[in-house]
Design a protein around this ligand. Sequence first.
Ligand code: DON
Length: 564
Amino acid sequence: MTGLPRVLLFALLLVGADIAAAAAPPVAAVKPGHAAIASAHRLATEAGLEVLDKGGNAFDAAIAVAATLAVVEPQSSGIGGGFFMLIHRAADGREAMIDAREVAPAAVDAKAYADADGRPNRDAATNGPTSAGIPGEPAGLAWVAAHYGKLPLKASLAPAIRIATNGFKPDARFLGRLQERREVIARYPASAALLLAADRQVPKPGWVFRQPDLARTLERLAAQGADGFYRGETARALVDSVRAAGGNWTLDDLAGYRVVEREPIRFDYRGWRIVTAPPPSSGGVALAEIFNILRGYDLAAMAPAQRYHAIIEAMRRAFRDHNEYLGDPDFVKMPLDMLLSPHYADGLRASILPDKATPSAMLPAALAHEPGTDTTHFSIVDRDGNMVACTSTVNLPFGSAFVAGGTGVILNDEMDDFALVPDAPNAFGLRGNQANAPAPGKRMLSSMSPTFVFGKDRIGVLGTPGGSTIITQVFEGILAFMDGKPAATITAQPRYHHQYLPDLVYVEPHAFDDATTKALQDMGYTFKQRDGWGFMNVVTWDLGTGKLDAASDPRGVSGLGKVK
Ligand code: DON
Protein backbone atom coordinates (compact mmCIF):
# COMPACT_ATOMS: atom_id res chain seq x y z
CA MET A 1 0.00 0.00 0.00
CA THR A 2 2.56 2.50 1.12
CA GLY A 3 4.88 1.72 -1.77
CA LEU A 4 8.11 0.76 -0.01
CA PRO A 5 10.13 0.52 -3.25
CA ARG A 6 9.13 4.04 -4.13
CA VAL A 7 10.18 5.19 -0.69
CA LEU A 8 13.57 3.55 -1.17
CA LEU A 9 13.87 5.22 -4.51
CA PHE A 10 13.09 8.48 -2.83
CA ALA A 11 15.69 7.83 -0.12
CA LEU A 12 18.29 7.10 -2.82
CA LEU A 13 17.39 10.27 -4.62
CA LEU A 14 18.03 12.14 -1.43
CA VAL A 15 21.53 10.89 -0.81
CA GLY A 16 23.71 13.93 -0.88
CA ALA A 17 20.81 16.08 -1.97
CA ASP A 18 20.04 19.37 -0.32
CA ILE A 19 16.62 20.54 0.62
CA ALA A 20 16.01 22.32 -2.65
CA ALA A 21 16.24 18.93 -4.34
CA ALA A 22 14.06 17.36 -1.65
CA ALA A 23 11.46 20.03 -2.08
CA ALA A 24 10.44 19.68 -5.66
CA PRO A 25 10.43 16.83 -8.18
CA PRO A 26 11.34 13.81 -5.99
CA VAL A 27 8.17 14.24 -3.98
CA ALA A 28 6.22 13.19 -7.05
CA ALA A 29 8.07 9.86 -6.95
CA VAL A 30 6.47 8.94 -3.62
CA LYS A 31 2.81 8.16 -3.20
CA PRO A 32 1.08 7.68 0.13
CA GLY A 33 -1.36 5.15 -1.34
CA HIS A 34 -4.08 6.44 0.96
CA ALA A 35 -5.58 9.86 1.62
CA ALA A 36 -6.20 12.29 4.48
CA ILE A 37 -8.41 15.31 4.96
CA ALA A 38 -8.65 17.67 7.92
CA SER A 39 -11.36 20.33 7.99
CA ALA A 40 -13.37 22.29 10.53
CA HIS A 41 -16.53 20.22 9.95
CA ARG A 42 -17.12 16.47 9.94
CA LEU A 43 -19.58 16.75 7.03
CA ALA A 44 -17.05 18.63 4.91
CA THR A 45 -14.27 16.11 5.60
CA GLU A 46 -16.70 13.30 4.74
CA ALA A 47 -17.79 15.08 1.54
CA GLY A 48 -14.15 15.24 0.45
CA LEU A 49 -13.61 11.54 1.20
CA GLU A 50 -16.80 10.69 -0.72
CA VAL A 51 -15.48 12.48 -3.81
CA LEU A 52 -12.12 10.69 -3.48
CA ASP A 53 -14.03 7.40 -3.34
CA LYS A 54 -15.74 8.34 -6.62
CA GLY A 55 -12.35 8.58 -8.32
CA GLY A 56 -11.64 12.24 -7.66
CA ASN A 57 -8.22 13.61 -6.73
CA ALA A 58 -7.24 16.02 -3.95
CA PHE A 59 -8.39 18.96 -6.07
CA ASP A 60 -11.87 17.51 -6.64
CA ALA A 61 -11.98 16.76 -2.91
CA ALA A 62 -10.99 20.35 -2.18
CA ILE A 63 -13.98 21.57 -4.19
CA ALA A 64 -16.25 19.23 -2.24
CA VAL A 65 -14.81 20.30 1.13
CA ALA A 66 -14.96 24.03 0.33
CA ALA A 67 -18.52 23.86 -1.03
CA THR A 68 -19.69 21.77 1.92
CA LEU A 69 -18.09 24.18 4.38
CA ALA A 70 -20.05 26.91 2.59
CA VAL A 71 -23.21 25.00 3.48
CA VAL A 72 -22.45 23.76 7.01
CA GLU A 73 -20.09 26.47 8.33
CA PRO A 74 -21.42 29.64 6.66
CA GLN A 75 -20.20 31.74 9.58
CA SER A 76 -16.67 31.14 8.32
CA SER A 77 -16.67 30.84 4.54
CA GLY A 78 -19.00 30.49 1.60
CA ILE A 79 -19.63 31.07 -2.07
CA GLY A 80 -20.31 34.68 -1.14
CA GLY A 81 -16.65 34.93 -0.07
CA GLY A 82 -13.23 33.95 -1.36
CA PHE A 83 -10.18 31.75 -0.77
CA PHE A 84 -6.49 31.18 -1.26
CA MET A 85 -5.77 27.58 -2.28
CA LEU A 86 -2.20 26.36 -2.34
CA ILE A 87 -1.83 23.31 -4.55
CA HIS A 88 0.91 20.80 -5.25
CA ARG A 89 0.36 18.44 -8.19
CA ALA A 90 2.20 15.17 -7.75
CA ALA A 91 2.49 14.30 -11.44
CA ASP A 92 4.75 17.22 -12.34
CA GLY A 93 5.45 19.00 -9.05
CA ARG A 94 3.49 22.05 -10.18
CA GLU A 95 2.80 24.41 -7.32
CA ALA A 96 0.58 27.46 -7.37
CA MET A 97 -1.63 29.56 -5.19
CA ILE A 98 -5.09 29.87 -6.66
CA ASP A 99 -6.17 33.35 -5.69
CA ALA A 100 -9.97 33.51 -5.53
CA ARG A 101 -9.94 36.56 -3.25
CA GLU A 102 -12.80 39.06 -3.49
CA VAL A 103 -12.29 42.37 -5.35
CA ALA A 104 -13.71 45.84 -4.83
CA PRO A 105 -16.61 46.75 -7.12
CA ALA A 106 -15.90 49.36 -9.81
CA ALA A 107 -17.99 51.97 -8.02
CA VAL A 108 -16.06 51.62 -4.74
CA ASP A 109 -15.94 54.96 -2.97
CA ALA A 110 -13.74 55.27 0.12
CA LYS A 111 -15.87 58.22 1.26
CA ALA A 112 -18.77 55.83 1.86
CA TYR A 113 -16.82 54.37 4.80
CA ALA A 114 -16.38 57.64 6.72
CA ASP A 115 -18.68 60.42 7.88
CA ALA A 116 -18.35 64.04 6.80
CA ASP A 117 -15.68 64.62 9.47
CA GLY A 118 -13.64 61.65 8.29
CA ARG A 119 -14.62 59.44 11.21
CA PRO A 120 -14.79 55.78 10.20
CA ASN A 121 -18.23 54.35 9.51
CA ARG A 122 -17.70 50.85 10.89
CA ASP A 123 -21.24 49.84 10.02
CA ALA A 124 -20.72 50.44 6.30
CA ALA A 125 -17.37 48.63 6.50
CA THR A 126 -18.60 45.47 8.20
CA ASN A 127 -22.37 45.09 7.77
CA GLY A 128 -24.67 44.78 4.77
CA PRO A 129 -23.93 45.08 1.06
CA THR A 130 -21.57 48.07 1.27
CA SER A 131 -19.13 45.80 3.10
CA ALA A 132 -19.17 43.06 0.46
CA GLY A 133 -16.51 42.53 -2.18
CA ILE A 134 -17.29 40.73 -5.44
CA PRO A 135 -17.06 37.04 -4.46
CA GLY A 136 -14.22 34.89 -5.76
CA GLU A 137 -15.07 31.47 -4.34
CA PRO A 138 -17.48 30.25 -7.08
CA ALA A 139 -14.99 31.18 -9.82
CA GLY A 140 -12.23 29.56 -7.79
CA LEU A 141 -14.10 26.28 -7.48
CA ALA A 142 -14.86 26.22 -11.20
CA TRP A 143 -11.19 27.02 -11.94
CA VAL A 144 -9.92 24.17 -9.79
CA ALA A 145 -12.31 21.72 -11.50
CA ALA A 146 -11.34 22.88 -14.99
CA HIS A 147 -7.56 22.97 -14.46
CA TYR A 148 -6.75 20.37 -11.82
CA GLY A 149 -9.70 18.08 -11.13
CA LYS A 150 -10.50 14.70 -12.64
CA LEU A 151 -14.25 14.86 -12.10
CA PRO A 152 -16.83 17.27 -13.50
CA LEU A 153 -17.67 20.18 -11.19
CA LYS A 154 -21.15 18.70 -10.84
CA ALA A 155 -19.78 15.57 -9.16
CA SER A 156 -17.62 17.50 -6.72
CA LEU A 157 -20.45 19.85 -5.77
CA ALA A 158 -22.96 17.01 -5.30
CA PRO A 159 -22.42 16.46 -1.53
CA ALA A 160 -22.81 20.18 -0.78
CA ILE A 161 -25.99 20.39 -2.85
CA ARG A 162 -27.39 17.33 -1.10
CA ILE A 163 -26.69 18.71 2.38
CA ALA A 164 -28.07 22.14 1.46
CA THR A 165 -31.26 20.46 0.26
CA ASN A 166 -31.74 17.91 3.05
CA GLY A 167 -30.44 20.08 5.86
CA PHE A 168 -28.17 19.44 8.84
CA LYS A 169 -28.14 20.38 12.52
CA PRO A 170 -25.90 23.39 13.21
CA ASP A 171 -23.49 22.98 16.13
CA ALA A 172 -23.08 25.17 19.22
CA ARG A 173 -20.37 27.27 17.59
CA PHE A 174 -22.63 28.09 14.63
CA LEU A 175 -25.47 29.10 16.99
CA GLY A 176 -23.09 31.19 19.11
CA ARG A 177 -21.85 33.14 16.10
CA LEU A 178 -25.46 33.60 14.96
CA GLN A 179 -26.22 35.16 18.34
CA GLU A 180 -23.27 37.55 17.90
CA ARG A 181 -24.57 38.69 14.49
CA ARG A 182 -28.31 38.41 15.21
CA GLU A 183 -29.08 42.12 15.26
CA VAL A 184 -27.48 42.77 11.89
CA ILE A 185 -29.03 39.65 10.35
CA ALA A 186 -32.45 40.81 11.58
CA ARG A 187 -32.10 44.04 9.53
CA TYR A 188 -32.36 42.21 6.23
CA PRO A 189 -35.56 40.21 5.50
CA ALA A 190 -33.86 37.56 3.34
CA SER A 191 -31.12 37.09 5.98
CA ALA A 192 -33.65 36.77 8.81
CA ALA A 193 -35.79 34.36 6.81
CA LEU A 194 -32.79 32.12 6.19
CA LEU A 195 -30.97 32.26 9.51
CA LEU A 196 -33.42 33.20 12.29
CA ALA A 197 -36.54 31.65 13.77
CA ALA A 198 -39.99 33.16 13.16
CA ASP A 199 -39.59 35.30 16.32
CA ARG A 200 -36.32 36.65 14.84
CA GLN A 201 -34.31 34.95 17.56
CA VAL A 202 -31.55 32.39 17.08
CA PRO A 203 -33.09 28.96 16.47
CA LYS A 204 -32.88 26.41 19.30
CA PRO A 205 -30.34 23.54 19.30
CA GLY A 206 -31.70 20.65 17.23
CA TRP A 207 -32.84 22.99 14.45
CA VAL A 208 -32.48 21.44 10.98
CA PHE A 209 -31.04 24.10 8.66
CA ARG A 210 -32.18 23.64 5.04
CA GLN A 211 -30.97 25.96 2.26
CA PRO A 212 -32.98 25.27 -0.90
CA ASP A 213 -32.06 28.61 -2.52
CA LEU A 214 -28.35 27.93 -1.99
CA ALA A 215 -28.82 24.41 -3.38
CA ARG A 216 -30.29 25.91 -6.58
CA THR A 217 -27.49 28.47 -6.82
CA LEU A 218 -24.93 25.67 -6.45
CA GLU A 219 -26.79 23.65 -9.10
CA ARG A 220 -26.48 26.54 -11.57
CA LEU A 221 -22.75 26.71 -10.77
CA ALA A 222 -22.48 22.93 -11.23
CA ALA A 223 -24.29 23.02 -14.58
CA GLN A 224 -22.74 26.12 -16.15
CA GLY A 225 -19.44 26.62 -14.32
CA ALA A 226 -18.54 30.17 -13.28
CA ASP A 227 -21.10 31.63 -15.71
CA GLY A 228 -23.80 29.98 -13.58
CA PHE A 229 -22.92 32.42 -10.82
CA TYR A 230 -21.36 35.46 -12.50
CA ARG A 231 -23.89 35.79 -15.35
CA GLY A 232 -27.59 35.15 -15.86
CA GLU A 233 -30.14 34.48 -13.15
CA THR A 234 -27.81 34.34 -10.13
CA ALA A 235 -25.89 37.47 -11.16
CA ARG A 236 -29.12 39.42 -11.69
CA ALA A 237 -30.50 38.35 -8.30
CA LEU A 238 -27.24 39.30 -6.55
CA VAL A 239 -26.99 42.72 -8.19
CA ASP A 240 -30.69 43.53 -7.73
CA SER A 241 -30.73 42.76 -4.03
CA VAL A 242 -27.37 44.42 -3.32
CA ARG A 243 -28.47 47.62 -5.06
CA ALA A 244 -31.93 47.59 -3.44
CA ALA A 245 -30.20 47.52 -0.02
CA GLY A 246 -27.80 50.41 -0.73
CA GLY A 247 -24.86 48.60 -2.37
CA ASN A 248 -23.22 49.51 -5.68
CA TRP A 249 -22.48 46.23 -7.49
CA THR A 250 -23.10 45.95 -11.23
CA LEU A 251 -23.49 43.01 -13.60
CA ASP A 252 -20.14 44.02 -15.10
CA ASP A 253 -18.43 43.64 -11.72
CA LEU A 254 -19.58 40.04 -11.59
CA ALA A 255 -18.93 39.22 -15.24
CA GLY A 256 -15.44 40.75 -14.92
CA TYR A 257 -14.28 38.67 -11.94
CA ARG A 258 -11.08 36.71 -12.67
CA VAL A 259 -9.22 34.03 -10.72
CA VAL A 260 -5.44 34.56 -10.63
CA GLU A 261 -2.81 31.83 -10.23
CA ARG A 262 0.22 33.10 -8.38
CA GLU A 263 3.71 31.79 -7.71
CA PRO A 264 3.90 30.86 -4.03
CA ILE A 265 6.50 32.37 -1.73
CA ARG A 266 9.26 29.84 -1.10
CA PHE A 267 12.06 29.98 1.43
CA ASP A 268 14.38 27.57 3.22
CA TYR A 269 14.95 27.30 6.93
CA ARG A 270 17.49 24.91 8.47
CA GLY A 271 17.00 22.16 5.89
CA TRP A 272 13.26 22.68 5.45
CA ARG A 273 11.53 24.27 2.51
CA ILE A 274 8.41 26.32 3.22
CA VAL A 275 5.95 27.04 0.40
CA THR A 276 3.27 29.53 1.31
CA ALA A 277 0.93 32.35 0.32
CA PRO A 278 2.21 35.36 -1.69
CA PRO A 279 0.52 38.79 -1.83
CA PRO A 280 -2.33 39.69 -1.72
CA SER A 281 -1.71 37.64 1.41
CA SER A 282 0.66 39.25 3.86
CA GLY A 283 1.24 35.84 5.43
CA GLY A 284 4.04 34.39 3.32
CA VAL A 285 6.13 37.56 3.42
CA ALA A 286 5.74 37.83 7.20
CA LEU A 287 6.54 34.13 7.70
CA ALA A 288 9.66 34.44 5.54
CA GLU A 289 10.77 37.46 7.52
CA ILE A 290 10.22 35.70 10.87
CA PHE A 291 12.09 32.57 9.79
CA ASN A 292 14.88 34.59 8.17
CA ILE A 293 15.42 36.45 11.43
CA LEU A 294 15.34 33.18 13.40
CA ARG A 295 17.80 31.39 11.15
CA GLY A 296 20.52 33.15 13.14
CA TYR A 297 19.60 31.24 16.30
CA ASP A 298 19.66 27.58 17.25
CA LEU A 299 16.20 27.59 18.78
CA ALA A 300 16.35 23.97 19.93
CA ALA A 301 19.46 24.65 21.98
CA MET A 302 18.11 27.75 23.71
CA ALA A 303 16.50 27.99 27.16
CA PRO A 304 12.73 28.55 26.75
CA ALA A 305 12.70 32.21 27.81
CA GLN A 306 15.55 33.06 25.40
CA ARG A 307 13.86 31.10 22.62
CA TYR A 308 10.51 32.86 23.02
CA HIS A 309 12.29 36.19 23.36
CA ALA A 310 13.90 35.67 19.93
CA ILE A 311 10.63 34.46 18.40
CA ILE A 312 8.51 37.31 19.77
CA GLU A 313 11.05 39.89 18.62
CA ALA A 314 11.03 38.32 15.14
CA MET A 315 7.21 38.49 15.09
CA ARG A 316 7.29 42.13 16.23
CA ARG A 317 9.65 43.13 13.43
CA ALA A 318 7.79 41.21 10.72
CA PHE A 319 4.47 42.74 11.73
CA ARG A 320 5.90 46.22 11.69
CA ASP A 321 6.64 45.74 8.01
CA HIS A 322 3.74 43.77 6.79
CA ASN A 323 0.98 46.34 6.53
CA GLU A 324 3.34 49.09 5.65
CA TYR A 325 4.26 47.68 2.27
CA LEU A 326 1.78 45.05 1.16
CA GLY A 327 -1.32 45.06 -1.00
CA ASP A 328 -2.67 43.63 -4.25
CA PRO A 329 0.39 42.87 -6.44
CA ASP A 330 -1.65 43.76 -9.53
CA PHE A 331 -1.99 47.32 -8.19
CA VAL A 332 1.01 48.13 -6.00
CA LYS A 333 4.75 47.79 -6.29
CA MET A 334 6.16 46.08 -3.22
CA PRO A 335 9.78 45.85 -2.02
CA LEU A 336 9.59 42.05 -1.90
CA ASP A 337 13.27 41.61 -2.72
CA MET A 338 14.09 43.55 0.40
CA LEU A 339 11.48 41.98 2.66
CA LEU A 340 12.39 38.43 1.63
CA SER A 341 16.14 38.97 1.71
CA PRO A 342 18.18 37.15 4.39
CA HIS A 343 20.40 40.24 4.55
CA TYR A 344 17.48 42.44 5.46
CA ALA A 345 16.64 39.91 8.19
CA ASP A 346 20.26 40.02 9.39
CA GLY A 347 19.81 43.73 10.04
CA LEU A 348 16.57 43.16 11.90
CA ARG A 349 18.18 40.40 13.98
CA ALA A 350 21.05 42.70 14.89
CA SER A 351 18.54 45.13 16.41
CA ILE A 352 17.27 42.52 18.91
CA LEU A 353 18.56 43.24 22.41
CA PRO A 354 20.05 40.19 24.16
CA ASP A 355 17.91 40.06 27.32
CA LYS A 356 15.34 42.75 26.84
CA ALA A 357 12.12 43.30 24.92
CA THR A 358 12.37 46.05 22.30
CA PRO A 359 9.46 48.40 22.98
CA SER A 360 7.51 48.69 19.72
CA ALA A 361 7.58 52.45 20.18
CA MET A 362 11.35 52.26 19.58
CA LEU A 363 10.76 50.86 16.10
CA PRO A 364 9.39 53.23 13.46
CA ALA A 365 5.82 53.01 12.10
CA ALA A 366 2.69 52.22 14.06
CA LEU A 367 0.24 49.60 12.94
CA ALA A 368 -2.09 47.89 15.40
CA HIS A 369 -3.96 44.62 14.93
CA GLU A 370 -6.59 42.74 16.87
CA PRO A 371 -7.29 39.14 15.99
CA GLY A 372 -10.60 37.62 15.00
CA THR A 373 -12.16 34.22 15.30
CA ASP A 374 -13.68 32.91 12.07
CA THR A 375 -12.73 31.90 8.53
CA THR A 376 -11.79 28.28 7.83
CA HIS A 377 -8.86 26.18 6.66
CA PHE A 378 -8.63 22.63 5.32
CA SER A 379 -5.73 20.39 4.33
CA ILE A 380 -5.75 17.41 1.94
CA VAL A 381 -3.27 14.83 0.67
CA ASP A 382 -4.57 12.19 -1.74
CA ARG A 383 -3.25 8.70 -2.53
CA ASP A 384 -1.09 10.02 -5.38
CA GLY A 385 0.51 12.72 -3.28
CA ASN A 386 -1.47 15.67 -4.64
CA MET A 387 -1.77 18.26 -1.90
CA VAL A 388 -4.10 21.13 -1.09
CA ALA A 389 -3.90 23.75 1.66
CA CYS A 390 -6.88 26.09 1.43
CA THR A 391 -7.94 28.98 3.65
CA SER A 392 -11.36 30.40 2.84
CA THR A 393 -13.30 33.28 4.36
CA VAL A 394 -16.30 35.57 4.42
CA ASN A 395 -14.35 37.66 6.99
CA LEU A 396 -16.42 38.33 10.16
CA PRO A 397 -18.88 35.66 11.36
CA PHE A 398 -21.60 35.30 8.68
CA GLY A 399 -19.73 37.92 6.61
CA SER A 400 -21.83 41.02 5.97
CA ALA A 401 -24.89 39.18 7.42
CA PHE A 402 -26.59 40.05 4.13
CA VAL A 403 -28.30 37.32 2.14
CA ALA A 404 -28.92 38.22 -1.49
CA GLY A 405 -32.62 37.48 -1.96
CA GLY A 406 -33.46 34.27 -3.81
CA THR A 407 -29.83 33.05 -3.96
CA GLY A 408 -29.22 31.77 -0.43
CA VAL A 409 -25.77 33.40 -0.71
CA ILE A 410 -24.48 35.15 2.42
CA LEU A 411 -22.22 37.93 1.19
CA ASN A 412 -18.79 38.54 2.67
CA ASP A 413 -17.69 41.73 4.47
CA GLU A 414 -14.18 41.59 3.09
CA MET A 415 -14.15 45.30 2.12
CA ASP A 416 -13.08 45.86 5.74
CA ASP A 417 -9.75 44.20 4.93
CA PHE A 418 -8.90 47.28 2.83
CA ALA A 419 -7.48 50.33 4.59
CA LEU A 420 -10.82 52.10 3.96
CA VAL A 421 -10.00 55.11 6.11
CA PRO A 422 -6.29 55.90 6.42
CA ASP A 423 -4.98 55.02 9.89
CA ALA A 424 -8.35 53.83 11.19
CA PRO A 425 -8.20 50.25 12.49
CA ASN A 426 -10.25 47.52 10.84
CA ALA A 427 -12.00 44.68 12.68
CA PHE A 428 -8.61 43.15 13.48
CA GLY A 429 -7.08 46.48 14.53
CA LEU A 430 -5.13 46.56 11.27
CA ARG A 431 -4.23 50.01 9.97
CA GLY A 432 -3.05 50.16 6.41
CA ASN A 433 -1.94 52.81 4.02
CA GLN A 434 -1.92 53.52 0.30
CA ALA A 435 -0.69 50.03 -0.60
CA ASN A 436 -3.96 48.62 0.68
CA ALA A 437 -6.29 51.51 -0.19
CA PRO A 438 -9.47 50.43 -1.98
CA ALA A 439 -9.64 50.77 -5.77
CA PRO A 440 -11.97 49.36 -8.45
CA GLY A 441 -11.22 45.68 -9.09
CA LYS A 442 -8.45 45.58 -6.45
CA ARG A 443 -7.99 42.71 -4.02
CA MET A 444 -7.92 43.57 -0.32
CA LEU A 445 -4.89 42.46 1.71
CA SER A 446 -5.30 39.22 3.63
CA SER A 447 -3.47 37.34 6.36
CA MET A 448 -4.57 33.92 5.07
CA SER A 449 -1.51 31.68 4.88
CA PRO A 450 -2.09 28.17 3.51
CA THR A 451 1.30 26.47 3.76
CA PHE A 452 3.31 23.36 2.77
CA VAL A 453 6.45 22.40 4.69
CA PHE A 454 8.86 20.05 2.90
CA GLY A 455 11.53 18.15 4.80
CA LYS A 456 13.84 15.34 3.83
CA ASP A 457 11.59 12.76 5.44
CA ARG A 458 8.19 14.41 5.89
CA ILE A 459 5.77 16.96 4.52
CA GLY A 460 3.25 19.08 6.40
CA VAL A 461 0.10 20.73 5.01
CA LEU A 462 -1.39 23.34 7.30
CA GLY A 463 -3.22 26.61 7.86
CA THR A 464 -5.71 28.26 10.17
CA PRO A 465 -8.19 31.11 10.52
CA GLY A 466 -7.55 33.89 13.03
CA GLY A 467 -7.18 37.30 11.35
CA SER A 468 -3.68 38.67 11.90
CA THR A 469 -2.88 35.76 14.27
CA ILE A 470 -3.12 33.41 11.27
CA ILE A 471 0.51 34.22 10.51
CA THR A 472 1.90 33.52 13.97
CA GLN A 473 -0.28 30.45 14.49
CA VAL A 474 0.96 29.02 11.17
CA PHE A 475 4.51 29.87 12.24
CA GLU A 476 4.03 27.93 15.51
CA GLY A 477 2.44 25.04 13.59
CA ILE A 478 5.47 24.91 11.27
CA LEU A 479 7.88 24.86 14.23
CA ALA A 480 5.94 22.04 15.91
CA PHE A 481 5.89 20.08 12.65
CA MET A 482 9.65 20.51 12.26
CA ASP A 483 10.03 19.30 15.86
CA GLY A 484 8.35 16.05 14.79
CA LYS A 485 5.05 16.59 16.60
CA PRO A 486 2.03 14.60 15.39
CA ALA A 487 -0.87 16.41 13.71
CA ALA A 488 -3.04 16.30 16.87
CA THR A 489 -0.31 18.02 18.92
CA ILE A 490 0.29 20.64 16.24
CA THR A 491 -3.40 21.61 16.24
CA ALA A 492 -3.81 21.46 20.04
CA GLN A 493 -0.66 23.18 21.31
CA PRO A 494 -1.27 26.49 23.12
CA ARG A 495 -0.64 29.57 20.99
CA TYR A 496 1.04 32.95 21.46
CA HIS A 497 1.17 36.01 19.28
CA HIS A 498 2.87 39.38 18.99
CA GLN A 499 1.92 41.86 16.30
CA TYR A 500 4.06 44.91 16.98
CA LEU A 501 1.14 47.00 18.19
CA PRO A 502 -0.44 46.75 20.63
CA ASP A 503 2.87 45.98 22.32
CA LEU A 504 1.55 42.84 24.05
CA VAL A 505 2.20 39.13 23.88
CA TYR A 506 -1.21 37.50 23.42
CA VAL A 507 -1.27 34.05 24.98
CA GLU A 508 -3.53 31.13 25.47
CA PRO A 509 -3.47 29.75 29.02
CA HIS A 510 -0.40 27.52 29.51
CA ALA A 511 1.39 28.81 26.40
CA PHE A 512 4.44 29.30 28.64
CA ASP A 513 5.19 27.72 32.01
CA ASP A 514 5.40 29.98 35.09
CA ALA A 515 9.18 30.22 35.13
CA THR A 516 9.31 31.17 31.43
CA THR A 517 6.54 33.72 31.87
CA LYS A 518 8.37 35.30 34.81
CA ALA A 519 11.67 35.39 32.89
CA LEU A 520 9.97 37.03 29.91
CA GLN A 521 8.18 39.54 32.14
CA ASP A 522 11.55 40.43 33.64
CA MET A 523 12.79 41.14 30.11
CA GLY A 524 9.94 43.63 29.68
CA TYR A 525 7.15 41.65 28.02
CA THR A 526 3.50 42.24 28.92
CA PHE A 527 1.12 39.31 28.51
CA LYS A 528 -2.56 39.31 27.70
CA GLN A 529 -4.68 36.19 27.65
CA ARG A 530 -7.26 35.98 24.91
CA ASP A 531 -9.67 33.54 23.29
CA GLY A 532 -10.54 33.23 19.66
CA TRP A 533 -7.52 31.40 18.30
CA GLY A 534 -8.13 29.79 14.92
CA PHE A 535 -9.17 26.26 14.17
CA MET A 536 -6.04 24.76 12.63
CA ASN A 537 -6.38 21.74 10.31
CA VAL A 538 -3.28 19.74 9.56
CA VAL A 539 -2.23 16.74 7.45
CA THR A 540 1.29 15.31 7.77
CA TRP A 541 2.95 12.80 5.47
CA ASP A 542 5.85 10.60 6.57
CA LEU A 543 7.87 9.94 3.44
CA GLY A 544 9.69 7.00 5.01
CA THR A 545 6.61 4.93 5.84
CA GLY A 546 4.12 6.65 3.54
CA LYS A 547 1.90 7.16 6.57
CA LEU A 548 -0.49 10.11 6.66
CA ASP A 549 -1.73 11.74 9.85
CA ALA A 550 -4.62 14.23 10.04
CA ALA A 551 -6.05 16.33 12.84
CA SER A 552 -8.61 19.04 13.28
CA ASP A 553 -8.20 21.65 15.99
CA PRO A 554 -9.78 20.51 19.28
CA ARG A 555 -10.90 24.11 19.86
CA GLY A 556 -13.59 23.50 17.22
CA VAL A 557 -16.58 21.34 18.10
CA SER A 558 -17.28 19.68 14.75
CA GLY A 559 -13.91 19.35 13.06
CA LEU A 560 -12.61 16.08 11.68
CA GLY A 561 -9.21 14.94 10.53
CA LYS A 562 -9.44 11.55 8.89
CA VAL A 563 -7.06 9.15 7.13
CA LYS A 564 -8.61 6.67 4.73
O1 DON B 1 -8.36 37.65 4.82
C1 DON B 1 -8.15 37.90 6.01
O2 DON B 1 -7.04 38.03 6.50
C2 DON B 1 -9.34 38.00 6.94
N1 DON B 1 -10.52 38.35 6.20
C3 DON B 1 -9.46 36.71 7.67
C4 DON B 1 -10.52 36.79 8.72
C5 DON B 1 -10.36 35.80 9.76
O3 DON B 1 -9.47 34.98 9.82
C6 DON B 1 -11.42 35.88 10.77
N2 DON B 1 -11.13 35.24 11.96
N3 DON B 1 -10.62 34.31 12.35
